[in-house]
Design a protein around this ligand. Structure first.
Ligand SMILES: C[S@@+](CC[C@H](N)C(=O)[O-])C[C@H]1O[C@@H](n2cnc3c(N)ncnc32)[C@H](O)[C@@H]1O
Length: 357
């Protein structure tokens, strides 16, 4: 058995601080992330990466254009350059690095909307009181805002718009790997359950021209999907279904794809969604449930999912899950495993229906 001295330091997360810290003080290095995000957020809000798209500019020039306080803007620009999001050039000029390019709007692979969502007060403020979640098991979001995450979005159209735009960018390398490795072409008709504005259904349909699809999400969310389907050239093969996935899902699909959605919910609510999928599958033994979510590793191993799990706990009351936990949840809804993906990353878990006895 390893002693605490020989345990790994969580893949270097504790080494973020750029100067050597005694082991007892290494947790202080984590605050680098707060300072870095603090500097970047106003730059993104002021659209500085967009203003640098055509080339380098001085802090004074940028301050004049954005109406910002010159010295304060210079200090956040300098910080962004220190962490590699901008470059500080002779003559007081600032330019974008590839990471800074990713904070421009509307560019391929941009992370701008996801950055603005993840750094928004709606996602920060639950962290003021994580102890509430730990003491009670309830999401601190509800303690802070007096309502659940999705109810809050319904009451705050600007927050909902930000969330939906961020989800369009919910596209980490793990997602690309799944699209590259998994043969969605086996399924003539695919339902994307909780599919947001249809970004991933559009990706699947454009990669597999033999497939058709139905996007199942809340009415105000699917209302925005048509544009995405048209942009990707798949509008003729994609339809939308205004759906409450706790109540019912369209039947007649060969695959029910549920990505980054079940982890938003506790076992009871996630189990209800899966039972609705099982009802929609009915007697079709060839139909499949395709869950795309984190698949947790065992005790003590580094796993990004063990960190994103905290976001699920405090914001939504959801959770990331291990293979056993996924299998138990799926079995209770009438599904059995049909593949065996590796844990430690985003995974596509395929389940087949167990015939009703
Ligand atoms: C975290 S997002 C995931 C979106 C997309 N699948 C992705 O991977 O980016 C969860 C989705 O669940 C949808 N949702 C929440 N409650 C719902 C409900 N009761 N019925 C249908 N969809 C719902 C939200 O609108 C949102 O699009």
């Amino acid at each position: 058995m390893s002693s605490p001295d020989t345990l790994p330091d969580a893949s270097g997360v504790l080494s973020w601080f750029p100067v050597e810290l005694p082991p007892q003080q290494r947790v202080l290095g984590l605050f680098v992330a707060k300072w870095a995000i603090g500097a970047l957020r106003p730059l993104v809000q002021l659209r500085v990466p967009d203003l640098l798209a055509d080339g380098s500019r001085t802090a004074r020039d940028l301050a004049e254009e954005t109406g910002a306080h010159g010295d304060s803007l210079y200090r956040v620009l300098r910080c962004a350059a220190a962490i590699g999001v901008l470059r500080e050039l002779p003559g007081g000029l600032f330019a974008l690095t590839p990471a800074g390019e990713g904070l421009r709007s509307g560019t391929p692979g941009s992370a701008r909307e996801m950055f603005l969502f993840a750094s928004d007060p709606m996602m920060w403020r639950p962290y003021e009181d994580v102890l509430h979640s730990v003491r009670t098991g309830a999401p601190s979001f509800e303690h802070v805002f007096g309502t659940s995450f999705f109810a809050y979005l319904e009451e705050n159209p600007a927050g909902a718009e930000l969330f939906d735009r961020a989800m369009v960018q919910n596209h980490y390398p793990g997602t690309d790997r799944i699209f590259e490795q998994y043969d969605f072409g086996r399924f003539p008709r695919i339902a994307d359950v909780g599919g947001g504005r249809g970004q991933f259904l559009a990706e699947v349909l454009s990669r597999f021209p033999q497939c058709t699809g139905v996007l199942c999400d809340q009415p105000q969310v699917v209302a925005q999907a048509r544009e995405e389907f048209e942009r990707r050239g798949v509008a003729g093969r994609a339809s939308v279904a205004e759906t409450d996935f706790f109540t019912g899902l369209p039947s007649g699909c060969d695959a029910y794809f549920v990505k980054h959605t079940l982890h938003n919910w506790d076992d009871e609510r996630a189990g209800t969604i899966l039972r609705r999928v099982r009802e929609a599958v009915g007697d079709d033994a060839g139909a499949r449930l395709l869950i795309v979510d984190m698949l947790l590793t065992g005790p003590g191993e580094w796993d990004l999912g063990k960190l994103t799990d905290i976001e699920m706990m405090v914001a939504l009351g959801g959770r990331e899950r291990s293979r056993d936990e996924w299998n138990r949840l799926a079995a209770a809804a009438g599904f059995e495993p049909a593949n065996d993906p590796a844990p430690g990353d985003l995974a596509l878990l395929e389940y087949r229906p167990v015939p009703a006895s």
